[in-house]
Write a protein that binds this ligand. Structure first.
Ligand SMILES: Cc1ncc(COP(=O)(O)O)c(C=O)c1O
Length: 400
């Protein structure tokens, strides 16, 4: 009998972290590495938010707090949902956790029984399937194809639903593709869900504020108010406010579900960091005016990367609506050979050879459940992106 639990055997370590580690090893060996693997903004937490954290320390707000968040933060979250999404929640319907990841983890732990199914559009954020498996459930994948702009259709959703479906896990704009569902596209999905009252909606709105051009973010409970009673809307401050290290995520939904989530949290981590909670109050209540200029910058970087990748024969890279990722498809490169004699049989080989030959670190598509592709995070400087894309161009041009 293994000392480690059987539950753990069901999950794999994060492939995105594996890529970062490999890139760091190469850097340590003195290689010139450009890492396009990280899923975080490259700018610092805004000054007013940092100051709120410092103030919290100086004012001694350093003790345990209520398990799932201080009242001031819950109030700020309710105000945010009203302001940005037109959704009415009371503080009792709100939970705060140590990052969006913990909130998702708690929600699945609190609700999944053996054989419960969770529908996950693929490509997906790497943690979804593994959290579902850890919680004892079964991930059911629905392919969001390149041809359909990385979005699933109502028909696909309808076909994936069974009597065992507990959750539909939705993420727009998406990690890893950046694809964002318009109001009409989302409404078509919620129409399907209205026909299946046993299915709940777990929506991960982490990239809400990272939306470009004329794309307008919307969330399921807003698009179909009749889903309000069976929707958990998850969000957080990590991405839009450059607060990945502060570890604050939150969700709103029915009170009974929120109480169940609180129970899981009370027996694991207890409250999220008190200082970070006060910083998050400032993030949500304070000025939001830095978001728009940041988005102009992100959209420019997106266009730079998409433009340079689409110049490559064998690569197709759609222009996404949001987040800070692109997901180029490399079907035209599969079967080709590098000058060293390595045949590109799949996207993992592509990413490995690209890193070895050029020092550019990207994450291979199989990690996200849709191949052959790779993910680039463009949350890095224009110069680095330009250099990385020229290296990718050179690498691909040398394939025969
Ligand atoms: C889609 C998605 N959801 C949730 C998270 C988790 O965010 P947090 O850092 O708040 O745990 C991430 C982080 O990469 C993400 O990409």
């Amino acid at each position: 009998m293994s000392f480690l639990s059987q539950t753990l055997a069901r999950v794999k370590p994060s492939p995105t972290i594996a890529v970062s580690n490999l890139a760091m090893d190469l850097k340590a060996q003195g290689r010139d590495v450009i890492s396009l693997g990280a899923g975080e903004p490259d700018f610092d937490t805004p000054e007013n938010i940092r100051a709120a954290g410092i103030r919290a320390i100086e004012e001694g707000k350093t003790r345990y707090t209520a398990v799932d968040g201080i009242p001031e933060l819950k109030q700020a979250i309710c105000a945010k949902f009203k302001r940005d999404n037109g959704l009415d929640y009371t503080p009792k319907q709100v939970t705060v956790g140590t990052g969006g990841k913990q909130v998702l983890y708690n929600a699945l732990m609190a609700t999944l029984n053996h054989d419960d199914e969770v529908i996950i559009p693929a490509p997906y954020w790497v943690s979804y399937p593994d959290i579902v498996l850890l919680a004892g459930g079964i991930p059911v994948f629905v392919e969001a194809t390149l041809e359909n702009d990385f979005k699933i259709t109502p028909d696909q959703l309808e076909k994936a639903i069974t009597r065992n479906t507990k959750w539909f896990l939705f993420n727009s704009p998406s990690n890893p593709t950046g694809a964002g569902y318009s109001w009409d596209e989302l409404k078509a999905l919620t129409d399907v869900l209205m026909r299946h009252p046993h299915v709940w909606v777990l929506t991960d709105d982490m990239y809400e504020h990272l939306a470009y051009d004329d794309f307008k973010f919307c969330t399921p409970a807003q698009v179909e108010p009749r889903l309000y009673d069976r929707t958990l809307t998850v969000n957080g401050v990590s991405k839009a406010y450059a607060m990945t290290g502060w570890r604050i995520g939150y969700a709103a939904g029915p009170e009974t579900l929120i109480a169940a989530i609180r129970k899981v949290q009370s027996q694991s981590t207890s409250n999220p960091c008190s200082i970070s909670q006060w910083a998050a109050v400032e993030a949500l209540n304070g000025p939001q005016d830095f978001i728009a200029p940041n988005n102009v910058m992100f959209a420019r970087r997106r266009d730079l990367v998409v433009g340079m990748l689409n110049e490559i024969d064998g690569i197709t890279c759609p222009t996404p609506e949001g987040a800070f990722y692109v997901y180029p498809f490399i079907s035209g490169l599969i079967g080709k050979t590098t000058p060293k004699g390595v045949t590109i049989t799949n996207d993992e080989v592509f990413a490995t050879e690209l890193l070895n030959d050029t020092g550019v670190a990207v994450v291979f598509g199989a990690a996200f459940g849709l191949s052959p592709a790779f993910r680039i995070s463009y949350a890095t400087s224009d110069d680095q992106l330009q250099e990385a894309c020229s290296r990718i161009q050179g690498f691909c041009a040398a394939l025969t």
